[in-house]
Design a protein around this ligand. Structure first.
Ligand code: NI
Ligand code: MN
Length: 229
């Protein structure tokens, strides 16, 4: 049995009976965070890119729980230099872990880390994740614009749940995310990356209604809400 918990923004906790997979933890500094980072347990931390609204708590949580941090190569090496146990991967690559399979997809976005002062580290390509465990495949798109390869991703993977940004400005807005659902054809689409800040204000019900109007399934999760998959 799989449980998916929405931790706000693009952060999700995916758990089976044994493993805790944490995506893009951004609790410290998130005005809508449902819990403190210290309350989150993880065996694996999966990072889509280096921006602070995805990676803020990743290193601290990974170190606290001796979790394995999975990320695109350059970002993984950055985290390794900060003391994390890491598993670097590359776009298009898959690996079988003890919980299941992880494959990295493209994402059209950036991936810099603000090092303070005048310094910005660029940490490789951003990514999305296809994670298959307990017989289900979850697609976390990361931060991305719409891209036509989503059709290929949908053709080659039976996606049970797709987590898609809808906040616009930095990522897809609602209409592009609705098109993404058409291309990916998941069993269920769940919106993310909205309403955390005023610049990404977006109505998740509008997304849900538009997905349903094209004959597909969507629902939005309240922050802190969990569903069984
Ligand atoms: Ni970003
Ligand atoms: Mn972001």
């Amino acid at each position: 049995m799989l449980k998916l918990t929405y931790l706000g923004h693009s952060a999700f906790l995916l758990t089976d009976t044994q493993h805790h997979l944490l995506f893009d933890p951004f609790l410290t500094g998130n005005p809508l965070a449902p819990v403190q980072a210290e309350a989150i347990k993880a065996d694996y931390v999966l990072l889509t890119h280096g921006h602070g609204d995805h990676s803020a708590d990743a290193i601290a949580i990974a170190k606290r729980h001796s979790a394995t941090l999975i990320a695109p190569y350059e970002l993984a090496i950055y985290c390794q230099k900060k003391g994390c146990k890491v598993h670097p991967m590359g776009i298009g690559g898959a690996h079988v872990f003890d919980f299941g399979r992880v494959k990295l997809t493209i994402a059209h976005h950036g991936s810099g880390i603000d090092l303070g002062g005048e310094t910005l580290a660029y940490v490789g390509s951003p990514c999305g994740y296809l994670v298959t465990l307990a017989g289900k495949t979850i697609y976390h798109a990361g931060d991305t614009g719409l891209f036509s390869d989503m059709k290929l991703i949908g053709e080659m993977n039976r996606i049970d749940v797709a987590l898609l940004p809808i906040g616009d400005n930095y990522t897809m807005g609602i209409d592009d995310a609705v098109k993404a659902v058409e291309l990916l054809n998941p069993g269920l689409a769940i919106p993310m990356h909205f309403n955390t800040f005023s610049v990404i204000e977006s109505d998740p019900q509008e997304f849900v209604d538009k997905v349903k109007a094209q004959g597909q399934q969507a629902r939005y999760l309240l922050i802190g809400e969990e569903i069984l998959l």
